[in-house]
Design a protein around this ligand. Structure first.
Ligand SMILES: Cc1cc2nc3c(=O)[nH]c(=O)nc-3n(C[C@H](O)[C@H](O)[C@H](O)COP(=O)(O)O)c2cc1C
Length: 338
């Protein structure tokens, strides 16, 4: 069975690519993912805030520390500067180790909102051997004076600047909060992107009513979450040359198969692997393979996009018609109201 697919211009052996998660921080877990069949691996992100905070601390420590004791000051800087390992150093070390230990493509990930040090960091990641780079622009547009067009420009400027400095493919991990997702994807294509991952999961802050304070919590995704990416991938299939990656709520072989039918080039797994362990990827892969076989098909290429918007009998089902149909189909549980 031919499960090969093209992702960010690279031919990979199958469509299962673990998305950014703590699993890539362990060499053993990454090896286990490769053994289970992962076709590529996305590293957890290097966070802009971590780098900025470290730089500030280091500068304070090295240049602005005034102990008041001449002798004590002589103990501090030079030695520490050499031994200090920044988040970037540790990230590069892990990237190099993964490149040496694994045969599959390794994709580095940057998470931030400003162009600032990104270009410098991206170049270092490229030099260290990253096969591609994913940008997770986790930006919450909270400023009411900022228009949607300005938010989009932020993404596009960042991407254009970056593409002038690196040669490896760039994947944009997007939020679903654009007023026109298709238009945004086309603009990113024009600005030089090689692929998109739909969609980044935005965790919402919660309120603890006892302490009356904000709390952060990570609730696991579920299969229903994947329908959001499914709809947009189905709409985008055939309308863009970009690689289409689906992320969010893909837990089973059935979920993954739906996304492939909609038109995804690759399917990203995260929560499912964190819950069940790296070997679970093999089960999902087997499930996809068995389903293709049951359909009497021989390759992934025969599956991809078969239920995309341009392939179905009624394309409106991916738009407003679905909404009306869903509401019409609802019936109140007997006895609930009287
Ligand atoms: C514990 C954890 C850590 C994550 N770390 C990152 C990260 O560093 N960078 C990133 O782009 N996404 C990160 N993600 C998001 C995942 O890559 C994925 O897009 C998201 O969880 C939705 O997929 P899922 O429903 O399969 O979990 C993380 C998710 C989890 C649960």
């Amino acid at each position: 069975m031919d499960l090969t697919t093209k992702y960010l211009g690279i031919t990979i052996k199958n469509p299962l690519v673990p998305s950014a998660s703590p699993l890539s921080r362990s060499l053993d877990a990454a090896r286990a993912l490769e053994d289970a069949g992962a076709a590529a691996l996305i590293l957890s992100s290097l966070f802009e805030e971590a780098l900025v905070a470290e730089e500030e601390t280091l500068v304070r420590f090295l240049y602005h520390q005034d102990t008041g004791f001449g002798e004590a000051e002589s103990f501090l800087p030079a030695q520490e500067q050499e031994d200090f390992m920044s988040s970037l150093d540790r990230y590069l070390e892990q990237l190099v180790a993964l490149k040496q230990a694994l045969d599959i493509p390794i994709i580095a990930s940057l998470n931030g909102i400003t162009p600032g040090g990104w270009i410098r960091n991206a170049r270092v990641l490229e030099e260290a051997g990253a096969d591609a780079l994913e940008l997770n622009v986790y930006y919450v547009a909270a400023d009411p004076s900022q228009s949607g067009a300005e938010v989009e420009k932020r993404y596009l400027t960042l991407l254009r600047d970056l593409k002038q400095h690196i040669a490896i493919p760039v994947n944009m991990k997007l939020s679903p909060s654009f007023s026109s997702i298709s238009h945004m994807v086309k603009q990113l294509e024009g600005a030089g992107a090689d692929g998109v991952a739909l969609f980044n999961r935005f965790y919402q802050p919660d309120i603890n009513i006892d302490s009356m304070r904000l709390v952060s919590s990570l609730s696991p995704s579920n299969s229903t979450d994947a329908l959001l990416a499914m709809r947009w991938i189905a709409i985008l299939y055939g309308r863009t040359q970009l690689s289409l990656g689906a992320t969010g709520g893909i837990h089973t072989a059935e979920d993954a198969t739906k996304l492939l039918l909609a038109g995804a080039d690759v399917v990203h797994l995260c929560s499912a692997l964190l819950t069940h362990g790296p070997a679970y990827l093999g089960k999902v892969l087997q499930g996809i393979e068995s389903w293709i076989e049951e359909q009497g098909l021989e390759s992934l290429e025969q599956v991809r996009g078969r239920v995309s918007q341009c392939s179905v009998a009624d394309p409106a089902e991916f738009e407003r018609a679905n909404y009306i149909k869903v509401l019409d189909s609802y019936s109140v549980s007997p006895g609930a109201w009287v």
